[in-house]
Ligand binder design. Structure first.
Ligand code: AMP
Length: 576
């Protein structure tokens, strides 16, 4: 497929604001793609060379792109940098400077999608001495053969984001449109995606034989998109919804999905990154479990044996550092609270009820194991049972409880009231919100020195396919954090409001919506200023946070699996 066609479609989509039109245009583009290039196209649209669990990062810094543009066009790096500072978008810089090159390249070859993908793969895999120079050259060669609009998306892809407002939900809808002209096939396609976590593979199989998607089963080393928890305001509501149910302690650690086949073990994070390197102790312990294959899930949390207490989340996360893991292993011994099982000895048990899965899980976890544990739990016969277990769990230092429908299967990638969480109170909301940063403000008064005055945050509306604004957050940051945030946002700022953002408020700078922070507030209120969940209100009103503050700089969630607008609406109703 000619890359020019891809670039032209993307430029059209970028100008469009109607979700439906975007989905239709995207499905037209995908349907034009030959079978053997479909995986590359989907990955290109997602701004990645491979799904996260395959760990093939692009590894291209801004400086490298600046130097490549300079090498290809004949403009000095300083000039390219000036343009970058002005536009805040390397894509637009590449497009403009390539349209008025100072030097014509010796060789010009019309690019195909495969050429572009392969060139980026070559760049990603290049390592060792002199690799930086080689990478610059390879990228410059791509620019040499680029038309201006192609250069825009090549430069943006190098930064992992095409900035056209297409997320996975839109791609899923577009794939369905190709075959049914509407969203009716989305559920089937999404099921396959939930089991493989690789949209490029799903699209390829769909193109070959749509019926084959139905046969997908959980398979080791393809992470399963995690089941998610709903919230309800109190024990009574939970009991009303679930009736007699299992209630477990909610541990505030890091969710891990452990896969085993033969003697190979891999571990994936909630965002489906391969994090095996962080947990050599878990790998060893899993290897010694007597099963030929398994997929199990649990919460890893640092445990202080002397004080019989769990370490705070941030402390456990220190294991993220690649080096010194073995030392960390001694300093921060782990407990892994296994709470679900999806596959055992090649047998899919995802579709069994939780009651049945628990039985398997209790067989899997050896008694008195020093690392693997099962969560504290009760079988609740009443709302009072739930309430007293909640009180006990919070006293023990846990985050709250997780109530589970005994009859439901493992519901990958979705909520649907199979799990309901009740957390100890944070502010007035009874929970925290994982919100996406949409823009930032410059500082005033004392904060002028940092040029940072807070953030405009929002949530994703899965139906409308846009990020909606929710609050301006100005407190909860330390000075160091403000500096860090400002430096980071400087890099992802964009000139115009991205077309997948719906906001009546204009921050000083817009950013690409991809950074997720954890916030809380005193209350959720209806406001004419914000757009969150606006479809539920008249007169263009939406939801806003009262006295919002930041709790944690970084969430473990990505922009599309952070708190959704609908969830904020549910929280609003709950708090009322
Ligand atoms: P939240 O991130 O607040 O939506 O809560 C859901 C998270 O709680 C899951 O993703 C798990 O990481 C974590 N969790 C802790 N304990 C449990 C448990 N017993 N069962 C399921 N999830 C748990």
């Amino acid at each position: 497929m000619k890359f020019y066609i891809v670039a032209q479609y993307l430029a059209q989509i970028e100008k469009e604001s109607s979700r439906l039109v975007i989905t239709k245009m995207l499905s037209e583009l995908i349907s034009k793609c030959p079978k053997d290039e479909i995986s590359q196209l989907i990955l290109f649209l997602q701004g990645q060379l491979a799904p996260p669990f395959k760990s093939i990062p692009l590894g291209i810094g801004e400086k490298l792109v600046v130097q490549s543009i300079s090498l290809s066009t004949g403009y000095r790096s300083r000039k390219v940098n000036e343009q970058f500072n002005l536009k805040g978008d390397l894509g637009l810089v590449a497009e403009e400077l390539i349209s008025k090159r100072k030097q014509q390249p010796l060789a010009f070859k019309e690019l195909t999608l495969t050429d572009v993908y392969n060139a980026f793969m070559k760049i990603a895999k290049n390592a060792g001495e002199g690799s930086q120079m080689r990478k610059i050259r390879y990228l410059a060669e791509l620019f040499n053969s680029s038309k201006p609009v192609e250069a825009r998306y090549i430069a943006r892809f190098s930064q992992g984001d095409l900035r056209v407002g297409i997320g996975d939900p839109t791609i899923l809808d577009a794939l369905s449109y190709i075959y049914s002209g509407d969203k009716s096939m989305r559920e089937m396609i999404e099921r396959a995606y939930n089991l493989r976590s690789d949209l490029s593979l799903v699209a390829k199989v769909l193109f070959e034989n749509p019926n084959k998607l139905k046969t997908f089963q959980p398979t080791p080393f393809y992470p399963i998109r995690p089941a998610l928890a709903e919230r309800l305001p109190n024990a009574e509501e939970i009991f009303k919804k679930l009736g007699k149910c299992y209630v477990e302690g909610k541990y505030d650690g890091m969710r891990i999905q452990i896969h085993k086949k033969g003697n190979v073990v891999k571990i994936y994070s909630r965002r489906l990154d391969n994090v095996t390197h962080m947990f050599p102790d878990v790998v060893e312990a899993t290897k010694s479990l007597p099963y030929t294959s398994m997929i199990i899930e649990g919460e890893a949390i640092g445990y202080d044996k002397k004080k019989d207490r769990f370490y705070p989340f941030q402390f456990t996360m220190q294991r993220k550092r690649k080096y010194g893991i073995n030392e960390m292993k001694k300093v921060i011994p782990l407990h892994v609270y296994l709470f679900d099982v999806m596959l055992i000895n090649d047998k899919n048990i995802m579709d069994k009820s939780y009651e049945q899965r628990r039985k398997v899980l209790f067989d899997v976890v050896p008694r008195n194991h020093k690392l693997f544990k099962t969560p504290d739990y009760i079988f609740a016969n009443s709302a009072d049972d739930i309430q007293s277990f909640f009180n006990k769990s919070v006293r023990r230092g846990l985050e709250g409880i997780m109530a589970k429908d005994k009859d439901k299967p493992y519901i990958a990638g979705a909520r649907k009231f199979a799990w309901i969480k009740l957390k100890k109170s944070y502010g007035g909301l009874g929970d925290t919100i994982d919100a996406v940063v949409l823009g930032y403000y410059l500082g005033k008064g004392k904060r002028t020195a940092f040029e940072f005055g807070g953030l405009l945050i929002g949530t994703y509306n899965t139906v409308r396919g846009v990020f909606e604004s929710l609050a301006r957050v100005g407190s909860g940051f330390t000075e160091d954090e403000m500096k860090l945030l400002k430096d980071y946002f400087e890099k992802i700022k964009v000139k115009r409001k991205p077309n997948n953002v719906d906001s009546n408020i204009k921050p000083d700078f817009w950013v690409v919506p991809k950074f997720v922070i954890v916030v809380t507030a005193d209350e959720i209120t209806v406001s004419p200023m914000h757009t969150c969940a606006k479809e539920y209100f008249k007169n263009k009103k939406g939801l806003a946070l009262r006295f919002p503050r930041m709790i944690s700089l970084r969430s473990t969630k990505g922009p599309y699996d952070a708190t959704t607008s609908k969830e904020v609406y549910e929280m609003y109703k709950m708090n009322k």
